[in-house]
Design a protein around this ligand. Structure first.
Ligand code: WT7
Length: 651
């Protein structure tokens, strides 16, 4: 973020007090803050009691082995029972859990009673394939009901799932399956993407060649495209799940039983397997979902547009909403298929009441024009959510005006894969909103902004965002790497969780997020590591060295910009530059996935390095963002930046 945008942000003075009618009837009342303040652990105890426990816990939080937390010690529960069966037992079996909207227009509505049978069948089928409590199952699926059913089936039998986003490459999938030692992979022939079937199984076929842990691949038939088949390994969902017994007796597991691993990019090349467990995670996912979205399960139709491959899909499609007995929409495809009004058409059709989406999508809709949403009846919407990156005030205002009918409160929710659930957000009906600011920690959550010396900054100043108290849905570690967990999050500031984000407190003490302060980029709300893309680039035979930066981008927030030095023996001359650039962009897409494909690849002869050999990405970012290059005095060779710029102009 440039100084100019920062100062624009902090001069944002528009205020949106809650509508009195909404405020009066809101689920979350201001007392929630006082209640949490008075006794934080008692507050979380009370939130946990909204779930159905088989055994009561004996201790709310065990922090004696910090930073390794245990919440609700000794408590046992079944997560899937909480998300499905208990709603049936409470007499709500006929309530729709999922309204599925396929990209080609096919639809399925699944009630809680049906979901109970589907999840039970899938749980029985997984047991039949040899999956046991404590095992890992990889899930590589499009946004279809089977994705939700698979996750719940794992939870039901006490196996941890590791969902890998369908846009990731075979290699990314392989390394994640391998790291987690997954026994089974659940995938499909493909899914629909921009009007066409897009294959998934070939990536699984390629990945599992080198993953000895995988015994079975369970395949959902979605697109009916041709698939290669290995009889000893592959089984069809419609064979083994459809024929399985539709009753399964859920067993209670420890509150700290692993629920899932979700890989996310860090500052090194190797993705981190973020580990979440059961009782605390579900408590906070459900509590935040209810209060932040003012959820009324009896009448609301909630829609989160994320993919289950990201943490937003885990916490705010699967676990939070289903634990709360919500009715929700899930959509398979892209917002512009078959036309740019698809989202608004879905909202009108199902009378969606809460929409949870990302700033990058909102900016895209702005670009497409106000006239598109104006053609649909969006009056059912009563709360709008934003997640994934800072939302700029203009996008916020547009969202409120053109989607929210100038009245729906917007909740700008800050959190991370690691936090498991929302940490900072306004509460609808309570908070006077400021466009562009996530504002306040939720009741029960402790945050601060500190300087380099770990001192809380005064109002009006910026620093690093930290979390000051353990929270129920916090990550319990990095899969297989406890040292990296301590090092990454707990070593920078003793006793505080360092989130990796810069933030500022305004004059009222409200929080404005300013983006990452480490080598992590945020492209369309997806986290990408500069180092991971750099290693993908140098794995190409033509590349000698690479440096990657995130440059600001109007639509995607940041975009991947790569600077590469080609090898002397690459036989490169200027006339081939376009072909080489295309080759390198495709190479990154193949190694990591299309989301990581650089927007720009610039061939250079030098990279700016400090005397100790560290690449100064900040200077490259200046070039990528067309700014005057900053301070070069710490470079080993201060003329390098001139050479780079001259070379680029000539090229
Ligand atoms: C990073 C976490 C949380 C689910 C989606 C992303 C950025 C997220 C906001 C927000 C400003 C935000 C942060 C954070 N971020 N939400 N409302 N305002 N920044 O999860 O991939 O784990 O990324 O996304 O930089 O650290 P993730």
């Amino acid at each position: 973020m440039t100084d100019e945008t920062l100062s624009n942000l902090l001069h944002e003075e528009r205020r949106f007090p809650p509508d009195p009618a909404f405020a009066g009837a809101a689920l979350a009342q201001p007392e929630l803050y006082q209640q949490a303040q008075a006794d934080r652990l008692a507050f979380w105890d009370e939130q946990a009691r909204a779930l159905d426990w088989t055994t009561e816990w004996t201790q709310t939080l065990d922090w004696s082995n910090a930073p390794f937390a245990k919440w609700f010690v000794g408590g046992t529960l079944n997560v899937a029972y909480n998300c499905v069966d208990r709603h049936v037992d409470a007499g709500n079996g006929e309530r729709v859990a999922l309204h599925f909207e396929g990209e080609p227009g096919d639809t399925r509505s699944i009630t809680y009673a049906q979901l109970q049978r589907e999840v039970s069948k899938a749980a029985n089928a997984l047991l039949g394939l040899g999956v046991e409590a404590g095992d890992r199952v990889a899930i590589y699926l499009p946004m279809i009901p089977e994705a939700v059913i698979s996750m719940l089936a794992c939870a039901r039998i006490g196996a941890a799932h590791s969902v890998v986003f369908g846009g990731f490459s075979a290699e990314a999938l392989r390394s994640r399956i391998d790291d987690a030692d997954a026994k089974v992979v659940i995938t499909s022939d493909g899914g629909y993407r921009r009007g066409n079937p897009s294959a998934l199984k070939p990536a699984v076929d390629a990945a599992v060649v080198n993953t000895p842990s995988v015994k079975k691949v369970l395949v959902v038939q979605r697109t009916k495209q041709d698939v290669a088949w290995d009889d000893s390994r592959d089984v069809w969902w419609h064979d083994v799940v459809d024929s399985a017994e539709d009753v399964h007796q859920p067993q209670a597991f420890d509150a700290e039983n692993p629920l899932f691993i979700l890989y996310t990019s860090g500052t090194t090349g190797k993705p981190k397997g973020i580990l979440h467990t059961s009782g605390g995670y579900l408590t906070q996912a459900a509590y935040t979902h209810r209060n932040v979205f003012d959820l009324r399960p009896e009448k609301d139709i909630y829609w989160c547009t994320a993919d289950i491959g990201w943490v937003t899909g885990h916490s705010y499609i699967v676990y939070g909403p289903l634990a709360n007995g919500a009715t929700q929409v899930i959509y398979e495809g892209t917002p512009d298929t078959p036309h740019k009004g698809r989202f608004w058409e879905i909202i009108q059709k199902y009378k969606v009441t809460q929409l949870y989406t990302a700033p990058t999508a909102i900016r895209t809709f702005m670009k497409w024009g106000d006239d598109i949403p104006a053609q649909y009846d969006l009056s059912s919407l009563r709360v709008l959510g934003s997640v994934g990156e800072p939302i700029n005030p203009e996008a916020w205002i547009w969202y409120r005006k053109h989607i929210g009918g100038d009245q729906a409160p917007i909740v700008d929710t800050w959190w991370q894969t690691e936090t498991g659930a929302i940490m900072i957000s306004p509460l609808p009906g309570v908070t006077t909103a400021k466009p562009g600011s996530a504002q306040v920690a939720l009741p029960g959550i402790g945050i601060d902004v500190v300087d380099d010396a770990m001192k809380p900054v005064p109002n009006g100043s910026g620093g690093y965002l930290v979390l000051t108290e353990p929270w129920p849905s916090m990550l319990r570690g990095i899969w297989g790497d406890p040292e990296r967990f301590k090092e990454t999050y707990w070593s920078r500031f003793e006793g505080l969780y360092f989130a990796g984000d810069g933030a500022k407190k305004d004059e009222d003490g409200d929080i404005w997020l300013l983006g990452r302060v480490d080598d992590v980029m945020n492209v369309s709300g997806h986290r990408l590591s500069t180092t991971e893309i750099e290693s993908a680039l140098v794995s190409h035979p033509k590349v000698a060295e690479a440096a990657v930066v995130g440059a600001s981008d109007e639509t995607t927030g940041q975009a991947v910009c790569a600077f590469v030095i080609l090898r002397g023996d690459a036989g490169y001359d200027e006339s081939q530059s376009e072909a080489v650039i295309a080759e390198l962009r495709n190479h990154v897409a193949k190694e990591i996935g299309p989301i990581a494909k650089p927007r720009q690849v610039m061939v250079v002869n030098e990279l700016p390095k400090t005397r100790s050999g560290k690449i100064m990405r900040r200077l490259l970012q200046d070039v990528a963002e067309n700014r005057t290059v900053g301070d070069v005095t710490t470079l080993a060779d201060s003329t390098v930046m001139d050479l780079i710029k001259k070379g680029l102009r000539a090229g």
